[in-house]
Design a protein around this ligand. Structure first.
Ligand SMILES: [Zn+2]
Length: 363
């Protein structure tokens, strides 16, 4: 594939719309509908499951099955406790960051639509400077402008409502994309773009391709655990985000060195099948796609683990998109990396043959 721009106006418009739509863990279906609607012209059929995972399928009759996967959910909060004077205490739904909460706007999701709120915080003037308290789960709270618990309830807010941030897609300096939930709306976007390119370039694959957007990754890879049993794939290539470790206060000696703009990040970990990973590396080298390496002891912490350790073992690999400020509302990625992850997955698919086992014991 020529090194022309992969992203076009239509795909970027979709990415923006898809990001701006909230898709908290457990409540992903509106985002999945947007995603399936975009993917529809490029696949033969869809599979969906009880909890909301969506899969676009090319060649559904084929016996040999390859998955390319991202996850569709985003971190959020749950309403956990409402005080008599109408303030709301929260618990996490995924790895939401208590440190960034104060002074953020929020949307509380209710049956009657969104209710606006703010994470309040005591004024600097009123705080004891000799013992400044850091924001923690038990001292952050949401104010929705209600004078007491009754008024909170009248607005349709109750224990169990989910809460997301309203922050929307922005571009910094032409080629940096900034938004909440780029982890991992970018993954679903990139695998959909792979399907679009296969279609537009009239590529016929010798196997079934399962373009998968799993739910519930943020609370323990649950959607992937479910859908891998359903698909029973032979190969799974997962894409998620990883940290740019070049910004302040990150220790490279423990976190490694990966950064935005330097290419897709390819993982080494026990869950990653070595022969599949080598195929990806060879593909990157042959096509002059820049890449970085990352190592993980034990689990990768991504859906890779769920696919790898399912169905008696599935050859799995992880291609990550480097990202700054993970789990904040200003997650930042580089446009070039997005294009290079798409390119790398696309070229790798063209480099996989029907029936390949990736066995260590065959030539
Ligand atoms: Zn995450």
């Amino acid at each position: 594939m020529a090194k022309k721009n992969i992203l076009n106006k239509k795909s970027l418009d979709f990415f923006e719309k898809y990001l701006n739509n909230p898709s908290p863990t457990g409540y992903e279906w509106e985002g999945q509908k947007l995603w399936m609607n975009y993917l529809k012209p490029y696949v033969d059929t869809f599979i969906t499951d009880t909890y909301g995972t969506a899969v676009g399928v090319i060649n559904p009759e084929a016996k040999y099955k390859v998955v390319i996967e991202g996850h569709s959910d985003e971190i959020s909060w749950y309403v956990n406790y409402i005080t008599d004077n109408g303030l709301i205490y929260v618990i996490r739904n995924g790895g939401s960051d208590h440190q960034i909460a104060p002074s953020k706007w929020v949307n509380v999701h209710t049956k009657n639509g969104m209710v606006k709120g703010v994470f309040g915080w005591p004024a600097i003037h009123t705080r004891d400077k000799s013992k400044e308290e850091a924001p923690k789960l038990d001292n952050i709270f949401i104010d929705i402008g209600a004078k007491d618990k009754k008024e909170v309830e009248k607005l349709g807010v109750h224990v169990g409502c989910v809460i997301t941030y309203p922050d929307e897609f922005q571009v910094l300096n032409k080629d940096k994309f900034v938004c909440r939930a780029i982890d991992n709306r970018a993954g679903g976007f990139m695998v959909a773009e792979v399907a679009r390119l296969l279609h537009e370039n009239k590529k016929k694959l010798p196997f079934g391709l399962y373009i998968t957007n799993s739910v519930q990754e943020e609370i323990g890879l649950r959607g992937a655990e479910m859908i891998t049993q359903r698909i029973k794939p032979n190969v799974a290539i997962i894409t998620d985000v990883c940290h740019d470790t070049t910004t302040p206060m990150i220790e490279k000696k423990t976190q490694g060195h990966t950064e935005i703009g330097a290419g897709p990040v390819i993982s080494y970990a026990p869950a990653v099948q070595n022969k599949l990973r080598e195929r990806i590396l060879e593909t990157a080298e042959k096509n002059k796609i820049p890449f970085q390496r990352m190592a993980a002891s034990r689990a990768t912490g991504t859906d890779t683990d769920a696919f790898a350790y399912s169905n008696g073992g599935v050859a799995s690999a992880l291609i990550s998109l480097p990202l700054r400020y993970m789990h904040t509302t200003v997650e930042t990625i580089h446009r070039d990396d997005v294009e290079n992850v798409i390119r790398l997955i696309y070229e790798t698919l063209l480099n996989i043959k029907d029936g390949e086992t990736f066995s260590y014991f065959e030539d």
